[in-house]
Structure formats: structure tokens, C-alpha cells
Write a protein that binds this ligand. Structure first.
Ligand SMILES: C[S@@+](CC[C@H](N)C(=O)[O-])C[C@H]1O[C@@H](n2cnc3c(N)ncnc32)[C@H](O)[C@@H]1O
Length: 203
């Protein structure tokens, strides 16, 4: 656990500690990161699956940060996982969810070049096939938790958050980065406030 401030952000699907870099809004000294992952090898503070977070008490965290994680569960598990995010949030809490933008990835692979790298990540080159099904090199090493089981456009991720009873939502697509972002709050927020949160708590 990276302890600094009194507010708690639960980083679900945190991966290895060195990979985790939270957006600027979480770096003002008022937040402590609690790392949660299904894979004990990444040494999380809490080991568990986002589909059943029974080991996290209800209303115990100020924010949930889910980066390149929600696409690792099956489509029918997405809304239950988002309901778990909502359950563990305090009344004023919010979730930040980012994942690949399959709409943009689909456009980039429409010519059939599934294996041509789109960009170089710290883990190596990433091609459309890695974004659709999960990072091949990691999976080949036996890291089965890296497999992708579903995918999203901004529209479908927002719909899943609505189905999970989040109240106020804002989202954006970063086409160059091939990702999308959603902020989802438990209690109602004004339009200006949610826009400000989208700027503060996303890249
Ligand atoms: C691509 S990594 C993302 C790591 C980090 N959040 C980041 O953005 O750099 C995906 C992580 O999700 C974890 N994961 C996969 N399925 C999960 C599940 N059902 N519950 C919790 N974590 C899961 C994997 O073990 C892995 O550490």
C-alpha cells in the first residue's frame, strides 16, 4: 500500500507496482493507493477478483481506479463487477475506468493487418490481436490473467455503468492512445463538477 493521504483509492487489477501510475488527481498527497489483483504474483495488498470483492467492505473507499482491467472478465460479468465497484465506494465516491477503445482498434485492423504493431508498450510491441484477445507474450508465459474476455466502445461501457446504477457519468475517447475513459459517481454530481473530475482523474 502506498500511504500518503487520508483518502483511499482502490486500484483494481493493479498489476505489478512499477506499472501502476495513477492520474495526476490522485497524486496531490491526499490519496493512499490500495492495490487489488487476482494474481498473487504482483503482490497486491488484497488478492481477489473484481467479480466478487467480498474481502473489501462496503462503503470503504473514496475511489476505485480500474485501468486495463474490466476487459479481463466475461461480458456477463461486467455489470456485476461494476456493481462491486459501486458497493465498495463511499456515498461521495467515484470510479475511474479505462480500457481499450475497441471501436478505434476495429478501425485500425479493418485492413486485415492484425499482427502489425500499433505501438510499443513497456511490455513490448502491441498489435490489434493483443488488444482484442490479450497480450500474446504474457499469455504464452502462462500469465492467463492477461487474457481479454470482452471489449468496449465508449457507448457500451457507459451503458454498463448505467446498468450498475452509477448516477452521474462522463467519458472520453483518446483515439491516438486507443483507449477510453469513464468517470462514474455513486451520488449525483453537477455537469461542471463531473467535467472537472474527468480532467483531474484521467490522463
Ligand atoms: C493489463 S494489467 C493492468 C495493470 C495496471 N492496472 C495498468 O494499467 O498498468 C491487467 C491486470 O488485471 C488483473 N486481472 C485480471 N483479471 C482480474 C480479475 N478478475 N480481478 C482482478 N484483477 C484481474 C491481472 O492480473 C493484471 O494484473
Amino acid at each position: 500500500m502506498a500511504v500518503s493521504g487520508s483518502k483511499r483509492v482502490l486500484h483494481v487489477g493493479c498489476g505489478a507496482a512499477t506499472l501502476a501510475k495513477l492520474p495526476q488527481g490522485f497524486q496531490d498527497g491526499s490519496w493512499s493507493e490500495v492495490r487489488f489483483d487476482i494474481n498473487p504474483a504482483v503482490k497486491p495488498d488484497i488478492i481477489g477478483t473484481i467479480t466478487d470483492m467480498a474481502n473489501v467492505p462496503s462503503a470503504s473507499t473514496d475511489a476505485v481506479y480500474s485501468s486495463h482491467n474490466i476487459e479481463h472478465v466475461y461480458a456477463h460479468e461486467v455489470v456485476p463487477a461494476l456493481q462491486e465497484f459501486r458497493r465498495v465506494l463511499k456515498e461521495e465516491g467515484f470510479a475511474v475506468i479505462t480500457c481499450p477503445d475497441l471501436q478505434e482498434v476495429a478501425a485500425r485492423m479493418a485492413d486485415g493487418r492484425l499482427f502489425d504493431p500499433l505501438y510499443i508498450s513497456p511490455a513490448g510491441p502491441i498489435s490489434p490481436i493483443d488488444i482484442v484477445y490479450g497480450h500474446r507474450a504474457s499469455i504464452a508465459r502462462g500469465e492467463i490473467y492477461m487474457a481479454h474476455r470482452t471489449g468496449f466502445s465508449l457507448q457500451t461501457l457507459v451503458k454498463c455503468c448505467q446498468d450498475a446504477q452509477f448516477t452521474t457519468l462522463a467519458g472520453k475517447r483518446r483515439k491516438q492512445k486507443l483507449d477510453l475513459w469513464v468517470i462514474a459517481t455513486k451520488a449525483s454530481r453537477g455537469e461542471e463538477e463531473i467535467k472537472r473530475m474527468l480532467e483531474t482523474y484521467t490522463f
